[in-house]
Design a protein around this ligand. Sequence first.
Ligand code: BJW
Length: 233
Amino acid sequence: MNRVRNIVILTGAGVSAESGIDTFRSAGGLWEQHRVEDVATPEAFARDPDLVLRFYDMRRAAIQEKTPNAAHEALARLDAAWPGGLLIVTQNVDDLHERAGARRVLHMHGEHLNAWCVACDARARWRDALIDRPPCPACGARALRPDVVWFGEMPYGMDAIHAALRDADLFVSIGTSGAVYPAAGLVRHARDIGARTLELNLEPSQGSAWFHESRLGAASAIVPAWVDEVLAG
Ligand code: BJW
C-alpha cells in the first residue's frame, strides 16, 4: 500500500444490501420482481409512465427509511482520512454513501432523490412521489421523471471517471455483479493504465478474472477490514 496515492472505488448494489436495499440480480432481487424492459428503459417510460413512476416512487420512499451500514461508514472514513486522490464511483441511486459522510462520490447511474424535468432540463432535489405529476420548480411543466440512468441512456460523469482512472494506482470494485456496462469495463481501463485491481464481493463477479485479487465476503465485514489495512499503510 505504500506506493498507492490515487484510488478509484466502484460500488454497486451489494454495498447497500445489508442496509436492506434490494440488489438487482440476486435471488429475490429487483429484476426477479420486475422485468427490466418494463421499468428501466426510456421505452418503458414512454409506454407506461404510471407503472414506471410507481416503481420509482416506491423505491424512493423506501431508501429514505434505510441507514448506512458498516461498509458505507468505512468508505466515508477512508474518504475523510485519505490524503491522496480518491473517487467513489457508485452505480447506486441511493444516498447512503453521502449519509455515512463520504464527500468524493460520483453517481454514474443518477440518484433516486433527484428529479429531472424533460421539458426544461432542470434537476431538483426530490423526496416525494412523482405519480401525480407535480410541476417542475423551474418551469412549471408537469414533466418530471426520476433522474436515474436507464438502459440505453448515457451514464453520468464518464469524463470525470476516466480522468480519475488515468491517475489511479488502485482500482477497487465493491458489491457489483459486473453485468452492466460501461461500469463493468472500468476494471479493464484500470488495468490498461497499470493500476492494481481488487474486488470485494460476496461472490466472484462476471469480470472477476480481470482483478489481480478478489476477497469474498459480506461488505460490512470485508470493506472495513480493507479500509483499516489501507489506512495502516
Ligand atoms: C454483496 C452483498 C453483500 C450482495 N456484500 N456484496 C451488450 C454488451 C455490452 C453492453 C451492452 C450490450 N447491450 C447493451 C449494452 C449496454 C447496457 C448494458 O450494459 N447492458 C447489459 C445488460 C449487457 N448499458 C447501458 O445501456 C448503459 N448505457 C450505455 O451503455 O450508454 C452508452 C455508452 C457507450 C459507451 C460509453 C458510455 C456509454 C446504461 C446502464 C444503466 C443501468 N441502470 C440500472 C438502473 C438504474 C436505476 C434503478 O435503480 O432502477 O443501474 S440497471 C441496474 O444494474 C442499476 C445498477 O446500478 C446496475 C448494476 O447493478 P449492480 O450494482 O452490479 O447490482 P447486481 O444486483 O447486479 O449485483 C449485486 C452484487 O452485489 C452481486 O455481485 C452480489 O454478489 C453482491 N452482493 N450482497 C457484498 N452483503
